[in-house]
Design a protein around this ligand. Sequence first.
Ligand code: MLT
Length: 214
Amino acid sequence: MPQATTYVHRFEPAPATTAGGTLLLLHGTGGNENDLLPVGRAIAPDAALLSPRGRVLENGMPRFFRRLAEGVFDHEDLVARTHELADFVAESAKRYGFDARRVIAAGFSNGANIAASMMLLRPETLAGAILLRPMVPFEPATPAVLDGIPALLLAGREDPIAGQTPARLAELLREAGSDVELVWQETGHGLVQADVDIASRWLRARFADSEFLR
Ligand code: MLT
């Protein structure tokens, strides 16, 4: 396999006594690899954390793929970047020695959108996904096969960026066979403490028996 494109990233191993899974942390527009580390630790205290920085710059702000305008995505770039990121996750599993079958994405905004795209295009990369303020990355021409892969969608009723799109995303992930939980909160686009609380409860409930959290 050719060397995957490298990302500036942080990797925090799981605490030594555990053999849990890995959270793939994907920041929002203008963020970086440090942003979600505290959120990741709070959601999954025993997991390893892999946190890359998006390689696209929009007026100096890192993102995971190009957009043509707010909410209008460059589909070709999104597809290429999704594969690039999935390859990076696979390479990182070899490099750091974590289990590639136990990776759960936790993405916010632009990071949630590329995580959703990865579910649709490279489902083997993820054992599950926590999508914070997601939108529909694209409408797939043929349904993906998600075979019960669980996804938690945390949407804000007052979110001016995502609007009602999380409902459509939930629908299309369900059509693909994902086990989707969509939670609407009385909040906007930004993250709130309830996101962490709900995500950590969901993770515990969904992965209690799968050794993700030990
Ligand atoms: C995106 O571009 O992915 C969405 O508009 C969310 C954002 O990053 O603002």
